[in-house]
Design a protein around this ligand. Structure first.
Ligand SMILES: Nc1ncnc2c1ncn2[C@@H]1O[C@H](COP(=O)(O)OP(=O)(O)OP(=O)(O)O)[C@@H](O)[C@H]1O
Ligand SMILES: [Mg+2]
Length: 371
């Protein structure tokens, strides 16, 4: 069992609080993703787990062991750096063998493990090449093989796909996900790309200013974001300021719209409406949450139309409509008059502030017991 328990970890650099009171339990075999904007403390958190940085306060356990004061080489961690840091003068084989040599693994066993690791990343037969003789994606896979060869208890990946082009990124991330499930190694990956986070992570941790904003599965974060920050970081949305009506059955925007919505709370100050939850109907329709609108922009993307709608009161809403003929899609054009209908079940109330204002920020699975 190799769960990771991070309890109240903080890191200060002089007066900069890079990470503050970070508590999280990563389950055995889980693929966890740290997601957040530049400078929010993702790398710092990962480096504290690896032991490249000392914590200012707090504890870190890997499996049953308290590793808080152990140096990196005694934590049995595989680490893939953002720039994949292969040794340019060593062959692929020697790069992957590096950690095994340091651990004084016998020659025959070492070669076996290198070959296994290269097979896992589908690079059999590449052992003799130098890194410069490989594509970016292949180099990336060597870095992953090198991290896996030592049979780490935990795999830590810091933006491992950031140097790849969009196509390769997509392929390698599927590959990473497959490898992780195959090996069952508890994995923590850092990224600031939400698509990447959602496509590989069992759970995501959204960080902001050194703190956790929310932890949850991709579905929970997308459908039930705790804060406006999380909602804007995970997916696209329309954010309408205002407050709930007295009966909590609808939300009254500052611009004067009354929008029926489920699950509103008294202190919500923002209504989130995802673009796909606004359907575009023919003009003149009436009913709950129907608003007359004009199409300002319509962009055809093949499977969908991305549109910007202007409501009668001047509000702009982003909406996504189906693009496929098979679903009877309409071809929308700028200037079309339509009815925008907002799904009341899918419009959710939010607190604009940060989670540190007391919002329940967790999904209930990562409550760390008091030390
Ligand atoms: N060695 C250091 N000395 C001083 N401040 C540091 C140091 N390392 C990081 N910081 C600061 O700590 C904060 C968190 O940095 P960190 O590298 O963890 O961010 P990040 O989330 O990984 O960002 P990015 O997405 O840009 O890589 C930043 O404000 C950064 O400037
Ligand atoms: Mg970083």
């Amino acid at each position: 069992m190799t769960a990771i328990h991070i309890e109240h970890a903080s890191k200060r650099f002089g007066t900069v609080a890079a990470v503050e009171d970070f508590s999280l339990a990563v389950e055995d075999g889980e693929f966890l993703v740290l997601l957040g904007p530049s400078g929010c403390g993702k790398t710092t958190t990962l480096r504290m787990v690896a032991g490249f940085l000392d914590v200012t306060s707090g504890t870190i356990r890997i499996g049953e062991r308290d590793v808080t004061r152990l140096p990196p080489h005694r934590r049995n961690i595989g680490f893939v750096f953002q720039n994949y840091a292969l040794f340019p003068h060593l062959s692929v084989h020697e790069n992957v063998a590096f950690g095994l040599r340091r651990r004084k693994v016998a020659d025959a066993e070492r070669d076996k493990r290198v070959n296994e690791a290269l097979a896992l990343v589908k690079l059999e037969g590449y052992g003799a090449r130098l890194p410069r003789e490989l594509s970016g994606g292949q180099q990336q896979r060597v870095a992953i093989a090198r991290a896996l060869a030592i049979k780490p208890d935990v795999l830590l990946l810091d933006e491992p796909l950031s140097n790849l082009d969009a196509r390769l990124r997509h392929d390698v991330r599927q590959e990473l996900r497959r490898l992780q499930k195959l090996s069952g190694i508890t994995t923590v990956m850092v990224t600031h790309d939400q698509d990447e986070a959602m496509s590989v992570g069992d759970r995501l941790v959204v960080m902001n200013n050194g703190r956790i904003e929310q932890v949850g599965t991709p579905q929970v974060l997308y459908r039930e974001p705790a804060t406006r920050f999380v909602a804007s970081f995970v997916g696209r949305g329309n954010f309408l300021s205002g407050k709930p009506a007295d009966d909590l059955g609808s939300f009254v925007t500052a611009s004067g719209l009354t929008i029926a919505a489920a699950n509103l709370q008294r202190d919500h100050d923002t209504l989130l409406v995802r673009p796909e939850n606004i359907s575009m109907e023919r003009a003149g329709m009436t009913g709950a949450n129907c608003f007359p609108a004009t199409v300002e922009v319509a962009t055809f993307l093949g499977s969908s139309f991305e549109t910007t709608l202007r409501l009668a009161n001047g509000d702009l809403l982003a909406a996504v409509a189906p693009g496929s003929r098979a679903t009877g899609a309409t071809d929308w054009c700028a200037g079309d008059s339509v009815t925008a209908r907002i799904d009341p079940q899918a419009a959710s109330g939010l607190h604009a502030g940060s989670a540190s204002n007391g919002t329940d920020k967790n999904d209930g699975r990562n409550n760390v017991p008091a030390a």
